[in-house]
Design a protein around this ligand. Sequence first.
Ligand SMILES: [Zn+2]
Length: 255
Amino acid sequence: MAAQTYLFPCLKDNFGVLIHDQASGATAAIDAPEAAAVEAALQKTGWQLGEILVTHHHADHTQGIAELKARHKCRVVAPGAEAARIAHVDDTVGEGDSVKVGGLQGRVIDTPGHTAGHISYFFPADKIAFVGDTLFSIGCGRVIEGNPEMMWHSLVKLRKLPDDTQFYCGHEYTDANIRFAKTIEPGNKALAARGEEVKKLLAAGKATIPATIGAEKAENPFLRADNPDVAKSLGLSGKPAWQVFAEIRERKNRF
Ligand SMILES: [Zn+2]
């Protein structure tokens, strides 16, 4: 049986998400931005929290852990490289490790750059990825602890996932990301169409994610830094892709 997910907004612009295995009844929360919001999602779905899969140590992804663990006795799985900065960790994981949510099998992908030990979780049978603050829809996370080359490499790893992979990110930033992306690729028709779609979703009070890797490859400038036309429009023809990525990231920081 397939995985089910339940997405919900929390804090100012964070997303929380649950993944549930229908066959076994097992449920995991991806990150714990806000205990009350996760609790409300569990009430609504009737699912029992067994695990929290943490992507990185930032407070807006971890501050609900203590309360949820106290109430549900759930296991906390976190990136090994950041375990010292995250309270109540039971298991540490890194590149290539498996995680299980009942019968659902996930794989850990190291995606450093936003933080030094950031990880993502990919469930290949259901083609679902949880990418935290590494990849956003039409954007990417700020490079805070790593460097642009590291972040570019992480994004390329996520770009290699199957095109029909649905990914869930940590924040609702899509609308602002699209406004910026249009400054990099004003002629990108797929991006323009996505802009219209996102406006409708937001007007209807809906989330703009999950998005697919395939669509992002056509629309997200941060995944297109190795496209010769993108490099050319930035005056960086012939430069390594990570340098083009660094320029796009820098422009976004100032946008
Ligand atoms: Zn973060």
